[in-house]
Design a protein around this ligand. Structure first.
Ligand SMILES: [Zn+2]
Ligand SMILES: [Zn+2]
Length: 779
């Protein structure tokens, strides 16, 4: 899931719970006094007696666990070497020594911090291992804390079991699945008589969870045969389905028990429920079994948990802050944009939103000019012949809007690249022209499912700051270095820090290894150089490149320390090949007259081969058969350019969403659609107000006036709420002296009484503030 989408979802969820929670808590407190331990609706917190299936499961478990323990007791005890991360080797005993023993042996606090063990990382045996589970043979051992991504997953996964137990105890429900997610976990279940979980159930569930945590229920692991599993879960149709579907006949899998809950699960888990010190239910929703609307409707309960109170509080505070910053909320408040049901995923930018859009674009155009880019314009729709050459028709068809034009198949472009290849190929190219940096703000359409659309972060219609650089292999390093400089310049203007990651040759790559190696070493060189010049560290992400070329992913970090990937730098050996692009090299340009090029040369051995594999085939018949084209190698004296796809903002739409939330709607002056509000002290100076506005507008500043019948105080207050960067208050004194009294949005000291500055001077300073694109709102 997109990070921003996840955040947006979280924001949405929080909005629901924070609206209702205070009320609910108040109500429940009152009722608690009256009814003691009962739930909010007067029902007991837990079912009494507990549902019968609980005892049935436990009986089977106890019987089989006793047998299992006997088997384990007979395993040979042998000396094993346990190699720690620092290389230290500890001698243990097979089937006896556990990772918990090792951790406790080092220190109590290490044991308490450790959530899960990982053995033999990077080998075929790599496994996450329960802390208390005895090791079976010599291994390398890591002890992972909550802060480790795997630790977090295990912690949240274990929390889901606790939620499952609490749900069974309260509802007698049939549990389905309870996975960790990006931001916590959920458990999905079917309540008896298709009942729904209520907001009023949250508190009683949390009460049961508190008991479970206090009890420090140990997570016990047991391996069972498929038949035993089917018997154990015979009353639960969903677990039955999962067992029948996922576990091959005659094989075994594991269950884990904590307290009365026994759950089908591969594990691993924290040692006991007491580890989950902070637990909170966030929301509940309806879902379908296996996500299929033709299946039973189920209930999902979402929760979050942490090992300590500080982290829980920080998280809740973060959610609160994120909700305040939600770009959809700010977009509405500031009248930036809206959506309409008749064109989902295609944004209506209102005048103020369009100011932001255009300002972002103007900034790039200015940089393009400095950096030797050439802006081009290309069509929005193309005959499918183009998409067949580029491979989009075969691999990306479902994500495009397609239609018939004069009985032929056409599609709206989802990307500019193929069009740019046509532009490169439009006439003969010489090495002297390279690099060509072809920039295009063209409108793109992608056919996202309507259910997946989210504000500005997931849309169907968008524009990118798209550029394709066509260059020689020798120019790669310099072009990439230039891009790093460009990134730094742009992101710096927003106060974003960024991280770089190089993804290299994956399995099933296209082209030849030598070209890949060369390109990767050039990218590495550029990255190292950037780091050496203080541009920040980079990471290697081996094997994660696209099949057509290595790439550099750039992640920005916003004011809430959230990470977003906007920019990409992607080398492409494939598309120039598909389009048979070529340029005249140095040697032929020097040696041969232009019209004397040899037409039939033998293919060179080191040329990229034809497309070796077709990823994601299907629906071919409906799309019309795509006949693989024979790719001609370049003629002698000609070479194939490398194509670099690159974007810095990514899509304007998504970048605006991120920036809105990053600035919480307090736009830096240069992007702000509400730069100055001019307010008269009394109607007698309205003419001066208009004069000041005219002077500001003459400098292309966004200045509004308020000469309505409201009081001055109310006008100022409204201007402050609308987050104008500056409010000019003018009276008779200012009029006669040609001055303005300035209140600065970000300077509390000026809010009551502003600073008096001559209008000329204020104008000059504002123009400078804008043109230098300074982040700080200060003149
Ligand atoms: Zn589990
Ligand atoms: Zn591209």
């Amino acid at each position: 899931m997109d990070a921003i989408k996840a955040v947006a979802e979280g924001v949405k969820d929080l909005a629901v719970s924070s609206d209702q929670k205070p009320q609910k808590e108040k109500k429940e407190k009152k009722e608690k006094k009256k009814k003691g331990a009962e739930g909010g609706d007067g029902r007991p917190t837990e079912l009494s007696p507990p549902p019968a299936f609980i005892d049935h499961r436990i009986q089977i478990f106890d019987k089989l666990k006793a047998k299992y323990d006997e088997i384990i007791a007979q395993k040979p005890r042998e000396k094993i070497d346990i190699t720690l991360e620092d290389g230290k080797i500890i001698i243990g005993e097979s089937w006896v020594t556990s990772p918990a023993d090792i951790a406790r042996g080092i220190s109590k606090s290490l044991f308490e911090r450790t959530v899960i063990a990982r053995i033999d990382k990077g080998t075929d045996n790599e496994t996450l291992w329960d802390l208390e589970r005895p090791l079976e043979k010599s291994c390398r051992l890591e002890l992972l804390p909550f802060e480790h991504p795997e630790g977090k997953k295990v912690f949240w996964h274990s929390s889901a079991h606790i939620l499952g137990e609490a749900s069974e105890r309260r509802f007698g429900c049939d549990l389905c699945i309870g996975p960790p997610i990006e931001d916590g976990f959920y458990y999905e279940m079917a309540l008896p008589e298709k009942a729904a979980v209520e907001q009023a159930d949250h508190k009683p569930l949390e009460d049961i969870v508190s008991r479970i945590v206090k009890e420090k229920q140990v997570f016990q692991r047991l391996t069972l045969s498929k038949d035993d599993l089917l018997e154990m879960f015979k009353s639960n149709p969903y677990k039955q389905h999962i067992i029948k579907d996922k576990i091959p006949d005659g094989t075994f899998t594991t269950v884990y028990r904590n307290g009365p809950l026994i759950d089908l699960c591969r594990g691993p888990h924290v040692p006991h429920t007491g580890r989950i010190k902070q637990f909170k239910i966030m929301k509940n929703s309806a879902s379908y079994f296996l996500g299929d609307a033709s299946n039973d409707s189920l209930q999902r309960i979402y929760g979050i948990s942490f090992p300590d109170k500080d982290q829980m509080q920080a998280h809740l505070k973060y959610l609160e802050e994120a909700a305040k910053r939600d770009h959809r909320k700010i977009g509405k408040e500031q009248e930036l944009f809206f959506f309409h049901e008749w064109s989902p995923g295609s944004c209506f930018f209102l005048p103020h939103g369009m100011i932001i859009y255009n300002t972002l674009m103007a900034f790039l155009r200015q940089e393009y000019w400095k950096r030797g880019y050439q802006e081009v314009g290309t069509p929005n729709m193309y005959n499918s012949e183009l998409w067949k050459i580029s491979g989009h028709w075969q691999h990306y068809h479902e994500d495009m809007f397609t239609f018939d034009v004069e009985k032929e198949k056409w599609a709206l472009k989802p990307m500019n690249c193929p069009g740019h290849c046509l532009m490169f190929k439009h006439r003969e190219r010489s090495y002297r022209e390279l690099p060509i940096r072809m920039a295009d703000f063209g409108i793109l359409h992608r056919n996202e499912a309507s259910g997946a659309l989210t504000g500005l972060t997931r849309v169907r219609r968008f524009q990118q700051d798209d550029t394709h650089i066509f260059c020689t292999e020798d120019q790669i390093t310099e072009e990439i270095s230039g891009l790093f400089d460009f990134l730094k310049e742009v992101y710096g203007k927003f106060g974003y820090t960024f991280k770089l990651k190089l993804s290299t040759r994956p399995d099933g790559f296209l082209g030849d290894i030598a070209t890949w190696d060369k390109a990767e070493s050039k990218l590495t060189e550029a990255l190292d150089q950037f780091t050496a010049e203080g541009g920040g560290a980079w990471e290697l992400n081996p094997g994660d490149g696209a099949f057509y070329g290595p790439k550099i992913d750039i992640t920005i970090c916003d004011a809430l320390k959230r990470e977003f990937q906007c920019a990409t730098i992607q080398l492409d050996f494939q598309l120039p090949n598909q389009f048979e692009l070529e340029y005249m090299t140095n040697e032929v340009a020097a040696a041969k007259p232009k019209d004397d090029k040899p037409k039939e040369e033998k293919p060179k051995d080191d040329q990229p081969k034809e497309k070796k594999e077709e990823k994601k085939l299907g629906g071919e018949a409906a799309l019309g058969k795509v006949v693989p084209k024979k790719i001609e190698p370049p003629q002698q004296g000609y070479a194939r350019p490398v194509m670099i796809h690159r974007a810095i903002y990514g899509s304007f739409e998504r970048f605006i969403a991120i920036a809105t939330e990053h600035f919480a709607g307090r736009w830096p002056f240069w992007i702000s659609p509400r730069q100055v509000l001019i307010v008269p002290v009394m109607p007698a100076v309205n003419d001066y107000v208009k004069e000041v506005q005219a002077q500001l507008r003459a400098q292309n500043l966004h200045a509004d006036i308020d000469i309505s019948g409201n009081t001055m105080q109310k006008k100022i207050r409204t201007g402050q709420l609308q987050l104008y960067n500056f409010i000019f208050v003018v009276g008779a004194e200012e009029q006669s002296s040609k001055t303005v009294n300035i209140r600065n949005r970000d300077d509390q000291a000026t809010q009551q009484r502003g600073e008096i500055i001559p209008l000329d001077e204020a104008l000059k300073k504002l123009v400078l503030l804008r043109d230098e694109r300074r982040l700080e709102n200060k003149i």
